[in-house]
Every structure is written in C-alpha cells, then in structure tokens.
Design a protein. Structure first.
Length: 486
C-alpha cells in the first residue's frame, strides 16, 4: 500500500502468500522469517512476469514498434532511448513522428533522434503552439514511415503517437486506427512509474483500446518501490519489458522481474550494478590499477582522481547506492546526498601541483589554503579530503601487503601468501642433550607422550579446558550462581 499498489492487487497478493505459507512444508535450511521472505520474493517475481521479456522481432523486417500512453508519460523521450538501445544491439532503427498534436513534439523527437544518432521520418511539422489546430493525419504519417523503412532497408520502425492529459474516446480511436493501419509487431504502453493508484485505470483503458503487448515504466528513478509495475502487470497480465531510470538517453534498461523484486524487498540489485560497471569501466585503467596494486606501489591522489572519474561514468551515485542491499533504510541520507560532491573533490585534486598529488604529506597549512582558494572550497573540505585519502591509502597498502581488508576478517589481500611465509615462525624444537643416556631417555619420553591417548581435562567440552573456564564471566540471571556450586 505504501508503494501505491492497487488495493485489489494487494489483497490477491497477500492471499497467495498466506495460502503458500500455511500450506507449505517447513524447510529446515530456513527459519520461518526467511521462509516468508522466500515466498514473497517468488510471488513478486511471478506477478512481474517471471522471466525477462524481449522484443519479438519480425521474421520479415522491418519490425514495427508502436508507442502508446498518456501525455507526459515520456513517450517521445523513450522513443529516443529505445532507438539508441536498439542501435547498440546492432539494429538500424527509424523513428517516425506521428504525434502531430502536442506542441513541438516533432521537433523534440528530431532532437532525440540526433542525440541518439538515429534518423527521424517527419514529413509533417506538427503544431508549434497550443493555440494551433492539428492538421496532419497521423495514420498517413505512420504508413509513410513504414514505406520509408522498407525502401531504405531499416530493420526496426518506432512510431511515436500522440497522448492526452486524460483518457478520452478520440485518443483511443486515433491510437486504434494507427494500430490497424501499420499492424505493429509490438505495442508498448508507456506509463509513468509515479502515477500511483491511477495506473490500473489507465492500463485497463489502453489495454482495451489498443491491446498493448508490453509495458515500459518511465521515471523509475523517482520511485524505486515498483508500485505501478506490480499494479499494471497484475491487472493486465502483460509483462513489463523496459524501464527508464533517468533523463539521459543511456538511462534505459531491460526490465528483470527478479531484480525488481529484490529492489522492492530491499535486497538490492547488484547484478544491474555490475553490468553498468562492466559497460562503463575503462578496462585499460582497471588493468593499470591492478598492476600497480600487485607491485605494491603507493596509491596517489592521481589514482584517486582516476577512480572518481571512472565512478562518474557509471552515472548517478544516488542511483548506484540505491541498488545496494539495505538502501531503503538509508533513503533519507541518500535523498540528501549531493551529487556535486564528486565535482568538488575533482576541483580540489586538480588545484594541487603534480608533486603534491604524488606526495600529499608535503601539503602544509599554506598549501592547503592555496588549494582551497583555487578550488573554491573551504580549507576544512581540503582537510577532510586529505584525511579520507590517507585512510584509503593505508587500506590499499595493507591489502597489498596481505593484511586483508579492514573490517572484513578472513579476506586476505593479494600479498597474503608472501606475507604468510615471511610471518612469525613456529616455536623452535628443543635441542637434544649431548649425554647419550639422557638423549635416549628424552626420546623415549617423547614417544610415550605422542602415543598416549589424548584426553580432555575434567569438565572440558569442545576442546576447552575446564581450568580455563570462569563461570563468573557469564552474564547469568540473578540468583543463578547457586546452581554452579557458588
């Protein structure tokens, strides 16, 4: 309910969870709480579609994709994102501007197409202000765009259609006419993830009007709880196929039901985070840092700056942190996180001389004042950065020497094997006596001791001697000492 999931969906979902929880056998590997979480996770994945649904490509190109939805849902921006994503998959898409009613919709699609590097078919300019009346025929434009794609051998056609501020008969008739004319392979219903309880009514109306085949959630970065996804997928039975997670054309991804279920349950989405890192991380820089780490070279401020720039390539820090397990508990802190912090750090480091970046210990008070003035920050921010860098440098050095990661016992650094050899040697063996008779007696005593059955001291358990055990060290209830013979 807190995530704006429709009431009928909530009731159906809780009924299924209750039925499974009461009727299932107890798994010895899980405690009751873990068992409930497992059932909830499986039911969430089932509601969201089960498996990742991909675009059904036509056997004979071009594949025609029609976008439908309310005005303001982000259809035109999504058209640019989808075209760029398809281009990255090796396709040659064509955008068709069939939204001739919203002011400057055609111009917006042309700008998005130019940014995505995808051609736009726009034979009609549309309207330039809300006071103009629409004169073009969107059905004719859609048909002409399909013919253009066949002539110039584009293998995917994306048709952007008009929306309304609310559902009406004229909107549905126009969308239905375009669908009948171009016979699309996919009809994607574009919906704002933050629409709330209206998601169900809107989805039902469009499903009846154009019989869409899949759902695209936009503005998902503003609401990671997935209420609209649950409502639409459950009510219509149509899968969520894509998600738009930001304003950039690259903020677009396949929708994975299992990952969204993990986000809803605050278990994070580490797989998506890894995919983003693999896509944006500079492999050459990563190899350079790995080699430097292996050679136990000092971690410098230049390296620190390079790592910050790599993180910047992955997008919003707030978005990345929200993908981590337990992020919901830090929602308030994440909301207050300032994305410009990375810019300030970069400005501070760039205000240092090359020698200062390599040897930060030489940065005295006057140098810190100069750096603060050059980067436009307070001296305290320079002090804070140098302090954090010093801690990071110590951690990197400790890991390189095999000391492990602080706070993570049992995780050794790459130099752990060498350091184990160089570590403290075992106790030296007792030297043999020079007296032959005494040496023979010592040898016999040692053999008898080795062959003797090993027994634990009285009162010992699990290998711990009773003489080492102090009952007073236990935190026992008052008056319990009498049972210990005290």
């Amino acid at each position: 309910m807190d995530a704006d999931v429709a009431v009928p969906v909530v009731r159906e979902f809780t009924a299924k969870v209750r039925e499974r929880a009461l009727g299932s056998e107890v798994n010895e590997a899980l405690n009751p709480a873990q068992h409930i979480v497992k059932i909830v996770n499986e039911e969430l994945v089932a509601i969201l579609g089960g498996e990742t649904r991909r675009i059904n490509l036509a056997k004979n190109p071009p594949t025609v994709i029609m976008l439908a939805g309310l005005q303001g849902a982000g259809k035109t921006t999504l058209a640019g994102k989808l075209s760029k994503w398809l281009k990255g998959q090796g396709h040659s898409p064509l955008l068709v501007a069939a939204d001739l009613q919203r002011p400057n919709a055609v111009k917006q699609l042309q700008v998005n197409g130019e940014r995505a590097g995808v051609p736009v078919f726009a034979p009609h300019p549309g309207v330039s202000s809300e006071f103009e009346n629409a004169t073009g025929d969107p059905v004719a434009v859609a048909l002409a765009g399909l013919a253009e794609a066949k002539t110039k051998l584009y293998d995917v056609v994306i048709v952007d259609t008009a929306g309304r501020l609310g559902i009406d008969a004229e909107l549905m008739k126009q969308a239905a006419d375009i669908r009948s004319a171009i016979n699309p392979d996919e009809v994607l219903f574009v919906i704002d993830a933050m629409i709330g309880q209206d998601a169900v009514n809107t989805a039902q109306a469009f499903n009846e009007g154009v019989n869409f085949t899949g759902v695209v959630l936009t503005k998902l970065d503003g609401d990671a709880r997935g209420g609209a996804a649950l409502s639409v997928a459950s009510i219509t039975g149509k899968p969520v196929m894509f998600a738009s997670t930001g304003e950039s054309l690259d903020d677009f991804e396949l929708f994975h039901p299992d990952r969204m279920a993990s986000r809803i349950l605050d278990m994070g989405d580490v797989l998506t985070l890894i995919e983003q890192a693999e896509k944006n991380w500079d492999k050459g820089e990563a190899e350079r840092m790995a080699q430097k780490f292996a050679d136990q070279e000092d971690f410098t401020l230049d390296d620190f700056l390079a790592q910050m720039q790599q993180i910047r390539k992955m997008g919003s820090m707030k978005k990345m942190l929200m993908m981590m397990p337990g992020a919901a508990g830090m929602r308030q802190q994440l909301e207050n996180f300032d994305e410009r912090e990375i810019d300030r750090v970069e400005a501070i480091v760039r205000s240092m001389t090359p020698h200062e970046r390599v040897a930060p210990k030489i940065i005295n008070g006057s140098r810190r004042a100069r750096i603060a003035k050059g980067s436009g920050v307070h001296v305290s921010e320079v002090n804070g950065l140098l302090e954090r860098f010093g801690q990071a440098q110590k951690m990197m050095k400790k890991m390189a020497q095999g000391g492990g990661i602080p706070g993570m016992p049992g995780v050794a650094g790459p130099g752990g094997f060498n350091s184990a050899r160089k570590g403290k040697q075992g106790p030296k063996k007792k030297a043999k006596s020079g007296n032959p008779a005494k040496a023979a007696a010592e040898l016999k005593a040692a053999q008898e001791k080795a062959n003797a059955p090993k027994s634990l001291p009285t009162g010992a358990a699990f290998g711990a001697g009773a003489e080492d055990f102090d009952p007073s060290s236990l935190n026992l209830p008052k008056g319990f000492e009498k049972f210990l013979g005290k």
